[in-house]
Design a protein. Structure first.
Length: 164
C-alpha cells in the first residue's frame, strides 16, 4: 500500500535515510512524505503499529524486481530426461543411448532409463535386468545411481544423477 491507501490510525515511520521518526498518525506521515516529494510505503503491515517508510516508490519497485530477477538467475532447475530401450537391444544401440545419456548428465540433468517389455518379453524380465546394469556401468564415471532398478508394471526403471 502507498500514500492514501494507508488507512491505519497510527504508523511507525522510518525516514529516507533509515532513521526512526517515531509513531505518528498516517496523515502526518503522508504530509512528511509529500514535503520530501516522495511516497509513503507500507513495509510491514502485520507489525503493531504498521511500519511505513518514506521512499521513492518507483525506485523501490525497480529494486525489488532486480533482486527477484537476480535470485531467479542463481537458481538451477534440474530436469529429468528419459531414455527408453527394449530388452533385446544391441550393443551399438546401447552405446548410442549411453552417449545421449552422457550428454544429458554433463548438462546437469537426471536421467531415467526405462527398459520396456512387450508381449512374451514379460516372461524374461529377471534375466534382462543386466541391460540396465550394463548401461549404468557404462556411465559410472560421470553418474551415480539415484534410484536402483525397480519393476514398474511392464517396465524396469533406474534413475541416474550426475556426480558432484
Amino acid at each position: 500500500m502507498i500514500n492514501e491507501q494507508i488507512r491505519d490510525r497510527e504508523v511507525r515511520v522510518i525516514g529516507t535515510d533509515g532513521e526512526q521518526m517515531g509513531i505518528m498518525s498516517s496523515r502526518e506521515a503522508l504530509d512528511l512524505a509529500r514535503e520530501a516529494d516522495l511516497d509513503l510505503v507500507k513495509i510491514s503491515p502485520k507489525a503493531n503499529p504498521p511500519v511505513v517508510k518514506i521512499i521513492d516508490y518507483g525506485k523501490y519497485r525497480y529494486e525489488q524486481a532486480r533482486k527477484e530477477k537476480e535470485n531467479r538467475k542463481k537458481q538451477k532447475t534440474v530436469e529429468l530426461k528419459e531414455i527408453r530401450m527394449s530388452p533385446n537391444i544391441d550393443t551399438n544401440d546401447l552405446n548410442t543411448k549411453a552417449n545421449a545419456a552422457r550428454k544429458f548428465l554433463s548438462r546437469g540433468d537426471k536421467v531415467k532409463v526405462t527398459l520396456r517389455f512387450r508381449g512374451r518379453e514379460m516372461s524374461h524380465m529377471k534375466e534382462r535386468r543386466y541391460v540396465l546394469d550394463d548401461f549404468a556401468q557404462e556411465l559410472e564415471d560421470i553418474s551415480v545411481i539415484e534410484k536402483p532398478a525397480k519393476v514398474e508394471g511392464r517396465s524396469i526403471s533406474l534413475t541416474l544423477s550426475p556426480k558432484k
